[in-house]
Design a protein around this ligand. Structure first.
Ligand SMILES: *Cc1c(COP(=O)(O)O)cnc(C)c1O
Length: 329
C-alpha cells in the first residue's frame, strides 16, 4: 500500500478535539455520545473540507497551478473553505455557484466575497456542472487552473479522511476509550469513502453510519453508486488490494426530508437541542440533519446502552446566519 507521502499543504489545525456529550446522553438515555469537532479545523470557521483541501491544494501547488476552480451551492461550505485556502496559499479562486447573485451576501457567500473569490453564477446547476466550460475560458486567459470537483470528493480529497481515521485512532488510544459507531453526513462522498478506507487500513472495528443528505442524483448515478465508485477508485489510487461492495457502506436514506437545504422540524429541533444542552452549533443543511437522525436512532432504540457513539461534526455553522427565519419560525 502506498504511504500518504503525497504533497500536502498545512491549512488546518489538527487533531480536532473530541469531547463527550454527557448532558445530552443524560437527557436522551441510551448510549454514551462523543463528538469529533471538525467544525473546529481552524480554517475560516472550520469544516470537513479542510482535510481534503490539505491534499488538493498540496497537489495543485506541486503541479505549478496558479488558479483553483470548484463549485457548489450558494451556501457551499466547501466553496467557502476553498476560497480561504486559496487566499492563504496565494492562489486565484474561481467558484461556480448555483443560483443567482443575492441582493445581500450572507453566511458562506459573504465569506466567499471576503476571501476575494471570483464568482460565476450558474442557475439551476449547483454541483459544479459548468466547471469544464469555465476552466477552458481560464486557460484561454493564460491561467493554469486546477479543478477541485464538487465537495472536494475525488481520490486525492479522500486521503484527508483516511488520515482522519488515523487521527481518531490515536486520540481514542490516548483517551483510553472505545467507540462502537461513528455517525456522519454523507453527501458528495469524500468523507464517507475516506472513513471506510481508513477503517480498513487502520483496522478499526466500529460501525460507520452515513446519513444521506441530498436525494438528487449525482450526475446520472444514484448516490450510493457514486459513493461505491469513489470508494473503489480511491482504494485503487492508494494501492489497496480489496474491492468494496455496498455491504461496506451503510447509508441512512430516511432523513432526506424535503430535499437538499430544506429545513424541516428534524433539523430545527436538532439545532436547538444541541445548542441548549451542550452549547454546540450544528448547521441547517448537513450536521443538523445528521444530528437529528442520530437523536431519532437513539429514541428508536437502535443502539445499546453499552454502545458509545461518535457524532462526527463536519462543520457548516456559517450557513446558520442565512437560514435565520427558517430555524427560528
Ligand atoms: C460537505 C459537507 C458534508 C458532506 O461531506 P462529503 O464529503 O461531501 O460527503 C457534511 N457536512 C458539512 C458541513 C459539509 O460542508
Amino acid at each position: 500500500m502506498k504511504k500518504f507521502d503525497m504533497p500536502r499543504k498545512k491549512i488546518g489545525f489538527f487533531p480536532t478535539p473530541i469531547t463527550e456529550l454527557k448532558q445530552l446522553s443524560k437527557k436522551l438515555g441510551g448510549p454514551r455520545i462523543f463528538i469529533k469537532r471538525d467544525d473546529l479545523t481552524g480554517l475560516a470557521f472550520g469544516g470537513n473540507k479542510t482535510r481534503k483541501l490539505e491534499f488538493l491544494i498540496g497537489d495543485a501547488l506541486s503541479k505549478g497551478c496558479d488558479t483553483i476552480i470548484t463549485g457548489g451551492a450558494e451556501q457551499s461550505n466547501h466553496c467557502r473553505q476553498t476560497a480561504a485556502a486559496c487566499a492563504l496559499s496565494g492562489l486565484e479562486c474561481h467558484l461556480v455557484l448555483g443560483g443567482s447573485e443575492p441582493e445581500l451576501p450572507k453566511g458562506n457567500f459573504l465569506l466567499d466575497k471576503l476571501f476575494a473569490a471570483n464568482i460565476h453564477w450558474t442557475g439551476t446547476f449547483r454541483k459544479g456542472e459548468k466547471i469544464p466550460q469555465i476552466t477552458e475560458e481560464l486557460i484561454r486567459l493564460g491561467k493554469k487552473p486546477y479543478i477541485i470537483p464538487y465537495g472536494g470528493s475525488n481520490e486525492i480529497g479522500v486521503v484527508g479522511f483516511v488520515e482522519a481515521v488515523n487521527e481518531l485512532k490515536t486520540q481514542l488510544k490516548e483517551m483510553n476509550e472505545k467507540i462502537s459507531h461513528v455517525v456522519f453526513a454523507s453527501s458528495s462522498g469524500g468523507t464517507h469513502a475516506g472513513l471506510v478506507l481508513g477503517k480498513y487500513i487502520y483496522n478499526q472495528n466500529y460501525i460507520l453510519i452515513g446519513v444521506e443528505i441530498d436525494k438528487e442524483e449525482f450526475g446520472n448515478l444514484v448516490y450510493s453508486d457514486h459513493l461505491l465508485n469513489l470508494t473503489n477508485s480511491s482504494a485503487k489510487f492508494l494501492g489497496i488490494d480489496h474491492t468494496f461492495t455496498k455491504n461496506d457502506l451503510i447509508l441512512k436514506n430516511e432523513y432526506l426530508g424535503e430535499g437538499y437545504g430544506v429545513v424541516g422540524e428534524l433539523e430545527k429541533n436538532a439545532i436547538k437541542l444541541l445548542a441548549e444542552t451542550e452549547g454546540i452549533l450544528v448547521d441547517p443543511v448537513y450536521t443538523g440533519r445528521t444530528f437529528g437522525a442520530l437523536v431519532d436512532m437513539i429514541k428508536r432504540g437502535e443502539f445499546k446502552n453499552t454502545d458509545a457513539v461518535l457524532f462526527w461534526h463536519t462543520g457548516g455553522s456559517p450557513s446558520i446566519f442565512s437560514y435565520a427565519e427558517k430555524i427560528l419560525l
